[in-house]
Design a protein around this ligand. Structure first.
Ligand code: HEM
Length: 500
């Protein structure tokens, strides 16, 4: 009996091994798979803790485009800039995968912008961009006045916090989030918050917790989704559920406040008002379409809140970290800002063109900070072939942006922080064409038009107003990131000295 059982199990394993490795003819190459775990063991054997680093190691053996199976999850990993630029610009790859762990955010439906697909995604994305633009998003002059007001408060807060610390220091952890929420929320919900708002502070910390609780690479609940039900605490399923429930409650209250205003349709003060009017209009004209609902609005708000704060906080916090570790770069940045805007005057977006070294420094922060190491995976919407390989419908594509940012093929000494790599011998900016931190094609970052001025204005204003340095008699803060869906620096303390 035992012999038959062992034989049966061996046959099943042999069949699964053959099926996984040899029955698919034109899949991109990849490591040999084992039944059940797929390639998880090879990922572990790379010795890298973070999935995007493991992908980078595997690409050295299997090439820039390779197949991988992580538990039950089948995917193609893309690690070269050239392949990303072509593959991700295709209409066939303009889908996004709604993994189970993120599905609680939207009641297990494809809603919002970030993880929706097809006609609904197209319509809601277009509407969101257009409406936010009407409230200043992507309009340099409106954004500038909104941000300069906010930046005045933020500079004062840094001064107050540094004074209160007793040793002129601040703690860089979710450092920019409260201020960034005010910028984005003034457009989305027509309101700003005080920096002491207890509920918002807790909410931001909860959001940070969610961002750090998973990744878009090889999260265990992506590899084996059923584990979420068996071990809801260990897989963070409960954390995500509770976090998204808080989001729903908080944002429903905001929607209800707007809806209670009799003139939200005639005198809209924000994105939420215009969306509510659109819901009314659609209900009257085309109730069957169903794209514009209260749940849709709720999820778009979550998308904008989540994407609009953590990413920018990550970039700006890495900026401060790299400057205190490279004081000579800080000095050069200050010199250039002081030459263009003397005596601590207000920096404007139009000054950007005259600040080549600042621009190069910001690009280097985006590159080495590597805020979005893995682009949220794309889903193949229709079969196609590329370089002779077949990509069947529903294939998951994992664009490993990290590999592009640290690849010696594109960058000399890629681990070094060196803004000069973006400046050529004529003093002009260069190397920008191998650089796409905001993604590709029709799924290109919706917030880039807000992110670019925000990074410039926050970065230049802070470096103009303060001298930042390492804490005395303490080890240097690490540049190892705090991992998650997006990266941010491991929290650190730094000294702050006002320059004006
Ligand atoms: C430095 C800051 C930021 C970086 C590096 C960044 C990067 C990215 C990347 C790489 C993608 C995926 C693009 C693709 O699939 O090809 C993305 C998508 C997206 N980003 Fe950003 N982002 C940033 C800031 C923002 C901000 C400020 C917002 C909103 C206020 C935002 C909203 C979004 C949304 C909604 C999507 C999904 C677009 C879609 O699927 O249609 N992002 N971002």
């Amino acid at each position: 009996m035992l012999v038959e059982f062992v034989l049966l199990v061996s046959c099943i394993f042999a069949y699964l091994f053959w099926k996984d490795n040899y029955s698919v003819a034109k899949r991109p190459p990849g490591p040999t798979r084992l039944p059940i775990i797929g390639n998880l063991h090879q990922m572990a054997l790379t010795g890298k803790k973070l999935p995007f680093e493991a992908f980078d190691v595997l690409s050295k053996t299997y090439g820039p485009l390779f197949s991988i199976k992580m538990g039950m999850k089948e995917a193609v990993v893309v690690t070269s800039f050239e392949d990303m630029a072509i593959l991700l610009a295709k209409d066939e790859t303009a889908g996004r995968v709604l993994e189970e762990f993120i599905a609680d955010r939207s009641f297990k439906e494809e809603l919002g912008v970030l993880f929706s697909n097809g006609e609904m995604w197209k319509s809601v994305r277009r509407f969101t961009i257009r409406t936010l633009r009407d409230f200043g998003f992507g309009r340099k002059s409106s954004l500038e006045s909104m941000m300069s007001e906010e930046l005045r408060h933020f500079v004062d807060k840094i001064k107050t916090d540094a004074k209160a610390s007793g040793n002129s220091s601040v703690y860089v952890y979710t450092f920019f989030n409260l201020s960034l929420v005010n910028v984005i929320w003034s457009m989305v919900a027509g309101k700003t918050f005080s920096y002491d708002d207890e509920r918002l502070i807790k909410f931001i910390e909860m959001n940070e917790g969610l961002f750090k609780a998973g990744n878009f690479g090889s999260d265990i609940s992506v590899a084996f989704p059923f584990l979420r039900h068996m071990f809801p605490n260990a897989t963070n399923a409960n954390l995500f559920k509770a976090g998204f429930a808080e989001f729903h409650e908080y944002f429903r209250e905001i929607i209800a406040e707007h809806k209670a205003r009799p003139d939200y349709g005639t005198n809209p003060d924000s994105f939420v008002d215009v969306f509510l009017a659109k819901i009314d209009e659609m209900n009257e004209t085309d109730p069957s379409e169903g794209f514009y609902t209260h749940d849709q609005l709720l999820i778009v708000m979550i998308d904008l809140f989540m994407t609009g704060t953590e990413t920018l906080n990550g970039v700006l916090s890495f900026g401060l970290l790299f400057l205190i570790l490279n004081p000579e770069v800080q000095a050069k940045v200050q010199k250039e800002i002081d030459a263009v805007v003397p005596h601590g005057g207000e920096v404007l977006f139009e000054h950007k063109q005259k600040m080549i070294y600042v621009q190069a420094t910001i690009m280097e922060i985006l590159r080495l900070g590597n805020i979005v190491p893995v682009i949220p995976p794309r889903k193949v919407m229709q079969d196609f072939t590329y370089k002779g390989y077949t990509f069947p419908k529903d294939t998951t594509i994992i664009p490993n942006l990290h590999s592009v940012f640290v690849n010696e093929k594109y960058w000399d000494d890629p681990k070094a922080f060196r803004p000069e790599r973006f400046i050529d011998s004529n003093g002009e900016l260069c190397n920008m064409s191998k650089f796409s931190p905001f993604g590709f094609g029709k799924r290109f970052c919706l917030g880039e038009t807000q992110a670019t001025p925000a990074i410039f204005l926050y970065f230049t204003t802070l470096v103009q107003q303060f001298e930042f340095s390492k804490m005395e008699n303490q080890p240097d803060p690490t540049t190892d990131p705090s991992p998650g869906f997006t990266l941010s620096p491991t929290p650190f303390h730094m000294k702050v000295k006002a320059r004006y």
